[in-house]
Design a protein around this ligand. Structure first.
Ligand code: C2E
Ligand code: MG
Ligand code: MG
Ligand code: MG
Length: 278
């Protein structure tokens, strides 16, 4: 614990806390230079339309490989980037890189139905976000209707008024909006209704429940019904088994994503994937 006395600060860390603090410090130090050093890459996970039995787009997912730290998982470096504000620059890199790649694929004649990119609350709240998206679209030449931005529930309710204004200008450009990891946040349905959302993504923990005693798909089913009722599309993430896929198909879930169908792929692997489907 930390104790403050007469302006002097004494800190006492347990060995565990020290290890965690050192790791974070080290990660932050390297993350600050990651963009400039070309250590970040985007991978792309295909999405599949269940009714059509065809791929329907892809989600861009950031990867970080550092010479000293090795591959650091997004679950570790994204929250750190959010805590330190680094997500603003790293997120901009992610958005630009994915849009550029997608535009290149389109110009090569590949059918790219949709590119989904994750954005954190801090990015959306950062001044000029809608303008940034607009200039990235203009500079890369990507059709705005192909871009979908994924925000979490907490991003949406963090500063409702500001976020709503940004989302409305994104919608005006033709960009699609999705709520990611839906069901684990605490946004009320009444609030949600006010936002121009096109899609709900069922959090993978609820997809994992399907076929288990605990939960048994009840929440996934409820989210599908909710999306239907609100005129939104619905995607299930984290689909790993045939049983889960069957369940989602029977419940008329529109789209699925998961290791059962495809892992996230490198840009090169995506090109092979496209050739296979063409
Ligand atoms: P997310 O947006 O919910 O992305 C889905 C995550 O589920 C990805 O983890 C993906 O690899 C993983 N996944 C997909 N299918 C399966 C499956 O069948 N089973 C399991 N167990 N996992 C599956 P990943 O790539 O580690 O990314 C973690 C999170 O980091 C993302 O969750 C997203 O919130 C964040 N993130 C990733 N890239 C970016 C980015 O470019 N910008 C921002 N702001 N956040 C990002
Ligand atoms: Mg996502
Ligand atoms: Mg998700
Ligand atoms: Mg998730």
């Amino acid at each position: 614990y930390a104790k403050r006395k007469g302006g002097n600060q004494y800190q006492y860390f347990s060995p565990d806390m020290t290890a965690i603090a050192l790791r974070r410090h080290n990660l932050e130090r390297h993350l600050r230079k990651a963009v400039g050093r070309g250590e970040l890459a985007m991978h792309y996970q295909p999405l599949f339309d269940i009714a059509l039995g065809q791929y329907s787009g892809m989600e861009a997912l950031m990867r970080w490989d550092n010479p000293e730290l090795g591959e650091v998982r997004p679950e570790e470096f994204i929250p750190l980037a959010e805590d330190t504000g680094l997500i603003v620059s790293i997120g901009e890199w992610s958005l630009r890189q994915s849009c550029r790649q997608a535009a290149t694929w389109v110009s090569q004649g590949m059918t790219l139905a949709r590119l989904a990119v994750n954005v954190s609350a801090m990015q959306v709240l950062h001044k000029g976000f809608a303008q940034l998206v607009s200039s990235i679209l203009a500079e890369t030449g990507l059709d705005p209707r192909l871009l979908e931005l994924e925000l979490t529930e907490s991003a949406i309710i963090s500063d409702e008024g500001t976020v709503l204004a940004v989302l409305l200008s994104l919608k005006q450009m033709g960009v699609q909006l999705a709520i990611d990891d839906f069901g684990i946040g605490y946004s009320s349905l009444g609030r949600l209704k006010r936002f121009p959302i096109d899609r709900l993504k069922i959090d993978k923990s609820f997809v994992g429940d399907i076929g288990q005693d605990s939960g048994n798909g009840g929440i996934a089913n409820a989210v599908i019904a909710l999306a239907e009722g609100m005129g939104m599309k619905v995607t299930a993430e984290g689909v790993e088994t045939d049983g889960q896929l069957d369940y989602l198909k029977n419940r008329r879930c529109h789209e699925v994503q998961g290791f059962l169908l495809s892992r996230p792929l490198t840009a090169l692997q995506i090109e092979a994937f496209f050739r296979q489907w063409a």
